[in-house]
Design a protein around this ligand. Structure first.
Ligand code: OVM
Length: 405
């Protein structure tokens, strides 16, 4: 008989820095190391815990009582540190405070409410794709499509004025960097953060939003008493923060997937209903949002180790989405699989409230491309844009061969 002490599981530790530029540039080897180390790993660089296996990440995301968001979903612990901006009423809040803003935004962005956008977005995608292809069939798909399409449809749908829209991507980029440590990526954004935050805050005011659109809908919810009148600006801010860079990188991911998997592109061209599966499979495969943190609200035991109350845990969504314990051939982008259940949109009460918008954007863009483009190929190695949270792209040089007719 061994003593209980000899049997007690030890907490595996890693000395790798998840936010090191080398890891951000190529996260897959690090993610495998973490998954194989154990269900919970101590990350010495930051004195925090991490989870990289699907089952544990999924379980933690659906247990908001034990793993709170209200102390921040980045490295910074709001119990001890002042947040760099007023906390999001959605992302960085727990029940009961979370519930009214969430209910309002869920309704504003529901499949039913956004049906009215569908025909216009389909036509916008056709117009953009025709414009781009008329200019030449070799181009950088990041600015030309992945950035251009969300920027064309989403700010209009919010009801944002034209002026200053070029601030949206830099503001999002900085916010997603700011969930990580204060490394060189955050330092590089510090110079503009005041100016960008001021512009965003101004756009969230009622008089600066169109009379119709998501912004107006959020303000109308305050008039109805569903939320208080001081809440709309910060809920609109969530749209402006989380609504652009995420979809840009999701679209870049699916375009990259097709450029590198020509046989999968043929399948979509033959059956356009696969466009929706394709986007979700790309979100699983690339996980545009790679990580989010939680904070333990009590001593939580997982796989025999205890995460003490108040400690930060980083959830490696991208690692969970490629966990071979959950997925067959996880590294393959394959439209035959059912990607549902991936944690690329999170899971549980905070699961991406804008996912129907993202899916509609991708469906519009892929549909326009599928009828016009026979094949997509890379003409040079794609380049990554490094961000502490996002799996992002600097450039995706492609050639598109036009379909006959
Ligand atoms: C927010 C917010 C910001 C960044 C990401 C996000 C992916 C939400 O302000 O609510 O969700």
């Amino acid at each position: 008989m061994s003593t209980p002490l000899a049997d007690a599981p030890v907490l595996p530790t890693s000395t790798s820095d998840p936010f090191g530029l080398d890891v951000l540039a190529d996260p897959l080897p690090f993610q495998e190391e973490l998954r194989e180390a154990g269900p919970v790993v101590y990350l010495e660089t930051y004195g925090i815990y991490g989870m990289a296996r699907y089952d544990e990440v999924h379980a933690a995301l659906t247990d908001w009582q034990s793993f709170q968001s209200g102390a921040g979903v980045g490295l910074s612990n709001f119990r001890y540190e002042k947040p760099w901006r007023p906390p999001s009423l959605l992302l960085e809040a727990d029940p009961p405070h979370h519930d009214a803003p969430r209910a309002v935004l869920s309704k504003v962005l529901s499949p039913r409410s956004i049906r009215r956008l569908r025909d216009g977005w389909m036509a916008d995608a056709v117009e953009l794709v025709d414009q781009v292809l008329a200019n030449g069939t070799e181009f950088d798909a990041v600015p030309a499509l992945a950035q251009a399409f969300p920027l064309r449809v989403f700010p209009d749908a919010v009801g944002l004025r034209q002026e200053g829209r070029e601030n949206l991507l830099p503001y999002g980029n900085h916010t997603f960097n700011a969930f990580g440590p204060h490394n060189s990526l955050v330092a590089a954004g510090d110079a503009r953060v005041g100016e960008l935050s001021a512009w965003v805050a101004e756009q969230c005011e009622r008089e600066n939003l169109a009379d119709t659109g998501f912004g107006a809908d959020i303000w109308a919810a305050a008039d109805r008493g569903d939320i208080t009148h001081d809440q709309p600006p910060r809920i609109v801010r969530s749209l402006l923060t989380a609504g652009v860079d995420t979809t840009v990188n999701g679209l870049a991911a699916v375009l990259y997937a097709f450029a590198t998997h020509p046989e999968q592109w043929q399948r979509v061209r033959e059956d356009i209903s696969l466009a929706r599966t394709a986007f979700d499979e790309a979100v699983r495969w690339e996980s545009p949002v790679q990580t989010f943190f939680r904070t333990a609200t009590r001593d939580v035991e997982i796989g025999g180790v205890t995460i003490p109350d108040g400690e930060k845990i980083v959830m490696f969504l991208g690692a969970a989405n490629r966990d071979p314990r959950r997925w067959d051939r996880p590294d393959e982008f394959d439209l035959s699989r059912d990607p549902s259940g991936h944690v690329g949109y999170g899971m549980g009460i905070h699961q991406c409230v804008g996912q129907h918008i993202a899916r509609l954007e991708s469906e519009a863009l892929l549909t326009a491309l599928a009828t016009r483009v026979e094949s997509i190929e890379l003409t040079a190695p794609p380049r990554r844009h490094l961000n502490n949270t996002l799996r992002s792209w600097e450039s995706l040089p492609v050639r598109m061969q036009l379909a006959a007719g």
